[in-house]
Every structure is written in structure tokens, then in C-alpha cells.
Design a protein around this ligand. Structure first.
Ligand code: PXL
Length: 266
């Protein structure tokens, strides 16, 4: 029998396959890991917009945790869309009750196109109940500004913000750089490790609208690489490289804000 490291996403379903649990599962497979998903919500969306969404009942989320815990050995996992306070509380309680290994928290708050995937009232619950459980958090530029309660304009600002996030109780911070300025030539992310070491990761800026599911893919790739036994820095480097290649080698599904290319090899 062949053995693949087992990994998990706790996330929402995006029916067009570009983001959420679908992007995570494609990434898990592309990176040689066996992926599983606990669904927290589902959205009706395509490359134009999200038109509807629904949240899974807490007892059903719990039943999914139980099903996986009874039978599988999860080495690393991530969270994505967690919609509301009951969902976050259920997920936090169940994470504490199970050892699913390294935890990457992708703070899915608002999509690139302005759709809110987390109720405002749930934001405080995310901070108090879930953040302290995470081994790593992967905020995008806007989420980092919200979490650190500061404007970020320079690389020095990114450093200050990352340290503020560490003070919120998360060990490792991957703060993703700005990528919405047509004049820019690179996207520079900052990794701040638990021991205070920093690492800047840079890739060329790809000017495209087809970037749905980018953050999900990056976090899912980190999960896969950690589960395969790599250290945090190497896992993040590989994830950045994979995600950049998946953006650059565009594919054609959908007419507007399309998916990225999970078939890509690096
Ligand atoms: O990429 C963020 C994201 C996460 N989860 C779900 C989504 C999206 C973006 O559309 O639909 C379910």
C-alpha cells in the first residue's frame, strides 16, 4: 500500500471550484498529500460573483470532526471560511479535542471582490477563541491591517504589523504583500518565525484578474509541505513558488475572475 501524508481543510465550499475547500483539496493532491475537508459553509459563486451562501449547523460540523478523528491520522490542517460565531466556537472546541497537528489559520474575512465571508460580530470570536490555537496565520495585506489595527505602507510597517500579530498569540506569521498596484513589479511577503527570525519572499507581480483562490492555495500548500516533514521556512518558500506558478500559467474556466492553475508542476 502507498502511504500519503493526511491533511485537512476546515472551510467553505465554493461551487465553481476556484476557492475554498475545492482549491485546498486540489492543492493537497497536487502536492502529494491525501486531502480531507470539513465543510463549514457553502457559497453559490462563479467567476463574476457570490450570489448566495449558507452555513452548516454546528452539530453537523462536529459530526464531520468525529468522522475524521475516528479513522484518520491528520498531520497538518488549515481553516478557511468560518462565517459566524457558532461556527468558530464549534471549530475551536473540536480543534482542542483532537490532535490534527500543525494548524495554519487563513483569516478569511473578505474576498478580493468585496464579499464578506465572516460576520463582523464573529471577528472578536476569531481573535479570542481561534487565533491562540494557530501555529501560523497567513493574512493578506488588508486582513493584516485589520488584525494589527494599523496602516501598512512600507516594509518596516509590515515588520511592525507582523510583530503585533505575534503578540496576539500566534507563533508564526506570513504577512502577504500588496498585489493590487499595476505599477508594481514584485510581490514581497514577510515570514516572521516564532524565534524572531524574518524571511522576505519575493516573486514577480503577475498582472491578471484570474487569482481566485490564491490565499487558500498558498495556505493549503504550506499544510501539505509541513505534513511531508519540511520545516516552516522551506514549506512557505515552496508554497509561494507553487502559488506564483499557478497564477502565471493561466487556465481558461470562467469569464471574469478565474481560478488559478493547480495542475502546475514546480
Ligand atoms: O478565497 C477566499 C474564499 C474562501 N472560501 C470560500 C470562498 C472564497 C472566495 O470566494 O468562496 C468558500
Amino acid at each position: 500500500m502507498i502511504s500519503y501524508p493526511q491533511v485537512l481543510t476546515i472551510a467553505g465550499s465554493d461551487c465553481d471550484g476556484s476557492a475554498g475547500a475545492q482549491a485546498d483539496l486540489k492543492t493537497f493532491m497536487a502536492r502529494g498529500t491525501y486531502g480531507m475537508s470539513i465543510l463549514t459553509a457553502a457559497v453559490a459563486g462563479n467567476s463574476y460573483q457570490i450570489s448566495a451562501s449558507m452555513v452548516m449547523p454546528p452539530d453537523f460540523i462536529e459530526a464531520q470532526f468525529k468522522a475524521i478523528a475516528e479513522d484518520f491520522h491528520v498531520k497538518a490542517f488549515k481553516t478557511g471560511m468560518l462565517a459566524d460565531t457558532p461556527t468558530i466556537q464549534t471549530v475551536a472546541t473540536n480543534i482542542k479535542q483532537n490532535d490534527f497537528g500543525f494548524f495554519v489559520l487563513d483569516p478569511v474575512i473578505i474576498t478580493k471582490h468585496g464579499n464578506s465571508l465572516l460576520e463582523e460580530s464573529a471577528y472578536q470570536t476569531l481573535l479570542s477563541d481561534l487565533l491562540p490555537l494557530a501555529d501560523m496565520i497567513t493574512p493578506n495585506f488588508f486582513e493584516a491591517q485589520k488584525l494589527a489595527e494599523m496602516e501598512i505602507n512600507t516594509e518596516d510597517d509590515m515588520l511592525v504589523a507582523a510583530k503585533k500579530l505575534q503578540n496576539l498569540g500566534v507563533k508564526n506569521i506570513l504577512l502577504k504583500g500588496k498585489h493590487n498596484d499595476d505599477a508594481q513589479t514584485e510581490v514581497k511577503d514577510l515570514l516572521l518565525l516564532e524565534d524572531g527570525q524574518t524571511l522576505w519572499l519575493s516573486e514577480s507581480y503577475v498582472k491578471t484578474e484570474r487569482v481566485n483562490g490564491t490565499g487558500d492555495t498558498l495556505a493549503a500548500c504550506i499544510v501539505s509541505e509541513i505534513a511531508k516533514g519540511n520545516n516552516i521556512s522551506d514549506s512557505v518558500k515552496t508554497a509561494k513558488k507553487f502559488t506564483h506558478a499557478a497564477i502565471k500559467n493561466e487556465i481558461d474556466p470562467g469569464h471574469k475572475f478565474g481560478p488559478i492553475n493547480h495542475f502546475v508542476k514546480i
